[in-house]
Design a protein. Structure first.
Length: 285
């Protein structure tokens, strides 16, 4: 496998599965940790025919960015399994269920039936953030692979080789707690997230005078204020986590900043005056 984005323990588990695959597997780790990359690697390694899986009947992907995966979407997607796979040897058809923690109970029961009686030549791959998110009956029928943390040096080296700016890499890794999927999303996203995070990191280093001067430029745009508070919170929580892990004396300071941001976020959600919320916040952090 030799993939710098997969730690040795995870690589061993994935390799064992590829050498002796089952028809249903679940990849377990926090969101943004690269489960999608590993799912793709498994498919590329076990599929019976080389090349891309182009036909929608051979690669069925379930899951989106909604809070719940609707049972109608699951039912509609699994209907394709009624058709015979194009290739008849080995694993030639794959069902990938992303964010399986968003499956309602009835959806999980529907998938359980598929797992218990898998169609010929078909492998089901689920990605999941926690074992507690699945019904025990479903979980027990899946080969479980726990995805471990990636070595930060390897992760940084990978992003440097991809041509990203070192300062952007450090910020993305901090904000994502070194989760490859989330860090990559920050670095490559076209929604300006990396620029927003850089701006918020700069705000944290400003003098109180400069912070207060900034308020008049932003307080009228509630969407912008919400984004700033959320990104300040992301950076501060990650910094607190790092400080706590390293037994740093800055832990208390970051803890106080996180607390003030949570107070501001709650007040803003309750439609408090944005200028007053920001003034109090910027005086405290």
């Amino acid at each position: 496998m030799n993939n710098p984005l997969i730690n040795s323990s995870t690589e061993k588990s994935v390799r064992l599965f590829i050498n002796n695959p089952s028809s249903a597997v679940v990849l377990i780790s926090k969101n943004g940790s690269g489960k999608g990359t590993i799912a793709k690697f498994i498919i590329d390694s076990v599929k019976s025919q080389p090349g891309q899986l182009i036909d929608s009947r051979d690669l069925i992907v379930i899951g989106d960015n909604t809070d719940k995966i609707a049972i109608d979407d699951v039912r509609l997607s699994l209907k394709n399994l009624a058709y015979k796979a194009i290739n008849s040897k080995g694993y030639s058809r794959f069902v990938v269920i992303e964010h399986a923690e968003r499956l309602a109970t009835d959806s999980q029961n529907m998938i359980l039936k598929t797992v218990e009686e898998p169609p010929e030549n078909t492998m089901v791959i689920l990605t999941l953030d926690s074992k507690n998110s699945l019904l025990p009956t479903l979980l027990s029928r899946l080969t479980q692979i726990n995805i471990g943390n990636i070595d930060t040096k390897n992760l940084k080296k990978y992003f440097i080789n991809q041509g990203f700016d070192l300062k952007d890499i450090d910020l993305a890794m901090l904000a994502s707690s070194n989760r490859i999927g989330e860090a990559l999303s920050i670095l490559t996203g076209d929604n300006g997230r990396i620029e927003s995070l850089k701006r918020c990191k700069n705000i944290l280093s400003m003098s109180k005078t400069d912070k207060l001067s900034l308020i008049n430029n932003i307080y009228k745009d509630r969407a912008e204020v919400t984004s700033i508070i959320n990104d300040l919170l992301t950076i501060s929580r990650a910094s607190l986590e790092n400080a706590s892990r390293n037994n740093s004396s800055s832990s208390m300071s970051w803890s106080n900043i996180v607390n003030e941001l949570l107070i501001a976020k709650n007040a803003f959600a309750k439609k408090a005056n944005s200028k007053l919320v920001l003034t109090k916040l910027f005086l405290e952090i």
